[in-house]
Design a protein around this ligand. Sequence first.
Ligand SMILES: [Zn+2]
Length: 460
Amino acid sequence: MSKDHIFREYDIRGIFLTDLDKSTVVSIAYEIGRLLKDQGEDSICIGYDARTHSITLFEWLSLGLGANQIQIYDLGLIPTPVAYFATFDTSLQTRNSIMITGSHNPKEYNGFKITLFGKPFYGKEIQKLKKSLIPFENLPLMQTATIQKTTILQSYIDFLTQHFQSLKNFPHKIAIDCGNGVAGIGIIPVLENLNIDFVALYEKPDGEFPNHHPDPSEEKNLADLKQLMKNQNIPIALAFDGDADRIALLTSHHSYKGDELAILFARQIAREIAPQTPIIIGEVKCSQVMYDECNKLGKSVMYKTGHSNLKVKLKELNASLAAEMSGHIFFNDRYYGYDDAIYAGLRALELFLHSSVQAVEEEIFSLPQLFSTAEEKIPTQEEKKFAVIEELICKLNHPPKDFPPILDLITIDGVRIIFEEGWGLVRASNTTPVLVTRFEAKSKEKLQEYKEQILTLLNT
Ligand SMILES: [Zn+2]
């Protein structure tokens, strides 16, 4: 069976054994080892999430890397951001890491988020790796790997404890939901060190995810946390995905979307760095309100969806922050510029040091009210999905007579069509055979009109 589909835009991911079998994983690791060696690198760190097969994948990766005499630092069971942290922290002296994780996907999935030479390894590089793989039976697997255990998790906890001293004796009780992923391993010791009063749900890592799916961007996965907040009268809560690079913030009357968090964080940053002004990066799905609000503070930039894309753009522009609707938030301000939900969660708590919970909610409720659709997915064929977008762009360049006036077409990732009173987005998902749509407008009527017109054009 072809394994092509596991080599995705931002990572390598598939079903354990069906897709990620021993020969495939060892070949991948061998090739990564070869890439490192070619560039004069001799070490990599590897961490893993709580999935039942993560340890087996660690062994297979070690086999392939060891064959290239690459020294392995075992980061142990960690949140994904700790694997990024390891490449920035000076204690290990390596710029390379692999995080074994299925992120927020069902339990049978697993995969690799890879950082090489201090940068995300993604897109074309992953495709090149796929083409260069040597079949397992031809690999010279003579050498065994040297594996050294590390205390990087402790360094990370110490770093955050030090960094967030202002949160000591935080004035509110908070709730967290770790969804039986690995977030608790990172955040609970920090909350304890800072003497923050908290209640944790599903903090024990369990790769079977017995309570709910570990994805806080789905409202239904927040039900238990909301109930807990209500029962115990807790005003603030944080929820994490399976590997803790995706965050949700909840307060008594609101669950914040990624672009709303970006507005709050952008204001926080602008206050702190004044008279300098922040550059804030959003993805194509973010609300126009986010871009408008960030432009009032500094400059906003719209960019492609995807955590690797945003990380690279953040560094390129030396921006302060990047945000995805899904809750991947990247702080370059006071931090290293990768998506760390534990770090973002603690920054979110800082918002309540100088404002009441009600005042923070009011910041969002007082924004211009626009009407929007949730992200909606239209199934399509993998081979056709990008061509469908190209075709749509052609049609939009010569729209039918009754089509609403188009002010601009933004084509950095799919097409975002700007109208007088709103916008519509159609983009091809990089990871699944679907088209993703989102619409936003000043009135319900316009929202409906834009949506209908674009979907009709898409289908003709
Ligand atoms: Zn994740």
